[in-house]
Design a protein around this ligand. Structure first.
Ligand code: ADP
Ligand code: MG
Length: 764
């Protein structure tokens, strides 16, 4: 039973207050057909809206099932509208972008009836109103009478107890009006139907109770309830809820009616995504390239242990680095020794060399120990014996392998252009650069004319004469001086004839920067010479005196510097000292990591001074470039993000326009029992669709653009497939796009949900 007690309602427009209802008291039977008559502006619609819970009353009370609605919450009203009330409007109020069936289903959709059941029920009521065969038409494909039948079907679909009809025949011709009235009369058999009409004849012939209104008051009631008339039947109120899928479906339908605009919006907001995706793909690709470069190429660079290295103590290094270069100051900073803090003296003791020699043999392709030992080399050029200066030419030892089952550095890294690898200490190699060049100086020193190119075969098997220190130097007073008679020295029987047995060139995969053309002798020869020289007269003599036996220059042995100078001379003369440099050639990228770990382990429990620092050139180079890459990426992504913010605002505006366009639909949905939340959902669903679409367009667009970009990069850099899209980035970017558009549409969606359903329904 429904009862109105002294309901008052007024509308304020500016200073003017319009009293639409001035204390209306009415009771309705559970089952009757009530017609409300009255002139325009007398408050009929207002009354109906209040009964239907679409509008709130100011004063008085509305009693539903003997229950006051004074404390009804928003959701109670929503539920009441959804399953107790069916609205029929003069202007039909169908949702234009949905077909007839979907319109009829809407109320059930909102209350969460299963698809199958609501389809079946919707078809049933459509059959009842005689529109079953029109169920897949859009409202604008129907006549007025047919549309009103759809509205009636929709009002009936959820099987409500009360049907509220506001001038349902107002827009129809008299013949159609009669048909509609017949239909409503039939419904009224088991329901409470309250119908507003202008037409007293229709009211009198169909309704079994006529109420007349004027100026917001009841002036006549043909069949009021007697005070004893009491009804106990209760209306069941079920709560409504629209799930996100329904909202999505609703919005998809709506979007279909404005495909072009949606696509353009999505496309515009996808530009930022395209930008970021491209930048990430490129930096991704470059990082990958750098890694590859490091893996394949830079790992070919040896790890170098120099006698003097950068300081290991990073804190101390930082301290120095923090000091300004070229400071604008007027004082001097006293330092122990300038630059001293940078330098770390590595102690390349026998223990350390032994440690190095125990590196996992499978990790290294070779190790080279360089000594500062001087070589006395002679060559006969055009019948005249000449000295070969070792200071300006590359004449060095080449890396040896740790054991006989590992491939040598030569076979691994070099192409043997002609000849073979040395098999004994007398055999040497000539390395040419990537263009088969060797310095003129070296070739001339070897006795070749450099006016023309020189055939491999002319070089192969040519010899250089090595004179041992004992033969090369003679004692003159207290000094040792080189013997002057080179012809005689050349003929000495102890000489070693070094023979070029092969010409090598670095393989294509190795960086040409590691190539140093020159003469290379074996580790065996180096060891042999050190052994002999160590016991030579000249070394013994040099060890025993405190001056340079070749120049007479005095060493100040009380200072570190003096001691070092003497050591250098000794090493030059071939005394066994510490190597000046150790080069460790890793097999590949992974073995390089192993070697680094191995070298770090040596330092683990050593005091600072005993630690040995090494230089990992590959790492230095690649970490520098990937740091730069990261910095560039961050800057570019930040710039692109600005376009995301712009698109976020744009989405907000577009959504606001959409809200304005869909105001009527909001009203209809609310009259069918949609909650505010559901309305928010409908618009969030729309932004969700736009966001997802724009994210996908962005990723797809970026993916398409990668082809020409890679083609251009291939042209410019010879690198294939530089830009690669990381699938994870793609997913994250789509998510970001969705989140940003949701944020952009948030406020418009809120505005939509706050719309007053009555006002929303009144808009055209
Ligand atoms: P009826 O349906 O009988 O023609 P209404 O109930 O629509 O009359 O309106 C009753 C009175 O209240 C009218 O004077 C109308 O101008 C006023 N009114 C109705 N709704 C509003 C509103 N939202 N704002 C201001 N005045 C309103
Ligand atoms: Mg009206």
């Amino acid at each position: 039973m429904l009862e109105l007690k002294k309901i008052k309602k007024s509308y304020k427009t500016g200073d003017f207050v319009q009293h639409a209802l001035k204390g209306v008291s009415l009771s309705f039977r559970k089952n009757e057909f009530v017609a409300i008559l009255g002139p325009s502006g007398s408050g009929k619609t207002t009354l109906l809206n209040i009964i239907g819970g679409l509008d709130c009353y100011d004063e008085g009370n509305l009693i539903i099932n003997k229950k006051s609605t004074k404390n009804f919450k928003e959701c109670d009203w929503d539920a009441y509208r959804n399953n107790c009330i069916g609205f029929i409007f003069q202007s039909y109020n169908l949702i234009s972008h949905m077909d007839v069936l979907a319109n009829v289903e809407m109320g059930m959709t909102l209350s969460g009836v299963s698809v199958k059941k609501r389809k079946q029920m919707a078809k049933e009521v459509l059959k009842k109103v005689g529109l079953k065969e029109h169920m897949h038409k859009r409202p604008n494909q129907l006549s007025g009478g047919q549309m009103q039948r759809v509205a009636i079907a929709r009002a009936l679909a959820n099987n409500p107890d009360i049907i509220l009809a506001d001038e349902p025949t107002g827009a129809l011709d008299s013949k159609t009006s009669i048909q509609i009235m017949e239909l409503i009369k039939e419904i009224a058999k088991d329901k409470l139907v309250i119908m507003v009409t202008h037409n007293p004849e229709l009211a009198n012939s169909y309704a079994n109770r006529v109420i007349e209104m004027k100026d917001g008051e009841i002036i006549n009631d043909t069949n009021p309830l007697k005070s004893k008339e009491k009804e106990n039947d209760a209306y069941q109120i079920r709560k409504t809820s629209m799930n996100f899928l329904t909202a999505l479906h609703l919005s998809l339908n709506n979007i279909r009616t404005k495909k072009g605009r949606t696509f353009l919006t999505a496309f515009a907001s996808s530009i930022g995504i395209i930008g970021i995706a491209l930048i990430l793909s490129l930096s991704n690709g470059f990082d990958e390239q750098i890694n590859l470069f490091e893996k394949n190429t830079l790992s070919a660079l040896p790890i170098i242990v120099n006698k003097q290295s950068m300081n290991l103590d990073e804190e101390r290094q930082d301290e120095i680095l923090e000091q300004d270069d070229y400071p604008d100051i007027d004082y001097i900073i006293p330092a122990l020794e300038v630059g001293e803090k940078y330098i770390h003296n590595n102690k390349l003791t026998n223990d350390y060399i032994d440690y190095i020699n125990h590196i996992e043999a499978t990790d290294v392709s070779g190790i080279n120990y360089s000594y500062m030992m001087g070589l006395n080399l002679l060559q006969k050029v055009n019948g005249k014996v000449k000295q070969i200066s070792t200071t300006n030419l590359t004449i060095a030892s080449y890396p040896h392998t740790l054991n006989s089952d590992t491939k040598s550095v030569i076979t691994e890294r070099y192409d043997m252009l002609v000849g073979h690898e040395p098999t004994n200490k007398e055999e040497i190699l000539l390395e040419v650069d990537s263009k088969n060049q060797v310095s003129k100086d070296l070739l001339e020193a070897l006795g070749f004319s450099t006016t023309n190119n020189i055939n491999f075969n002319d070089i192969l098997n040519s010899e250089i004469t090595l004179v041992l220190n004992n033969d090369y130097y003679q004692m003159v007073g207290n000094y040792f001086l080189p013997k002057q008679d080179l012809e005689k020295l050349y003929e000495n029987e102890n000489n070693i004839k070094l023979k070029i047995v092969g010409i090598i060139r670095l393989k294509k995969d190795y960086p040409s920067l590691t190539a140093t053309p020159g003469i290379y002798y074996t580790y065996d020869l180096q060891n042999y010479l050190i052994n002999i020289n160590n016991n030579s007269d000249i070394v013994k003599k040099q060890k025993s005196v405190d001056y340079n036996i070749m120049t007479g220059e005095k060493f100040d042995l009380t200072t570190e510097e003096g001691k070092n100078l003497k050591n250098n001379v000794l090493e030059y003369l071939g005394a066994r000292g510490e190597p000046s440099m150790i080069q460790i050639y890793p097999k590949d990228f992974e073995s390089k990591e192993h070697i680094i770990n191995y070298l770090d382990k040596y330092n683990e429990d050593k005091v600072e001074d005993d630690k040995v620092a090494y230089i990992d050139q590959a790492h230095l180079m690649s970490s520098l470039s990937s740091n730069i890459m990261t910095a560039i990426t961050i800057v570019l992504v930040t710039f692109s993000s600005i376009s995301l913010v712009v698109s976020c605002i744009m989405i907000g505006i577009i959504m606001y326009i959409s809200v304005l366009e869909r105001t009527k639909e909001i009203g209809i949905l609310r009259s069918l029992g949609a909650r505010k939340k559901d309305i928010t959902r409908v618009f969030n669903a729309e932004t969700f669709i736009i966001g997802t679409t724009s994210g996908m367009i962005g990723i797809f667009g970026a993916w398409l653009l990668l082809f020409p970009i890679n083609a251009i990069l291939l042209n410019l850099t010879n690198l294939e497939n530089v830009a690669i899209m990381n699938p994870l980035h793609a997913v994250v970017l789509i998510t970001i796009s969705v989140i940003l558009t949701l944020i952009g549409g948030w406020i418009p969606a809120k505005i939509a949900s706050k719309k007053d359903p009555v006002i929303a329904l009144r808009t055209e």
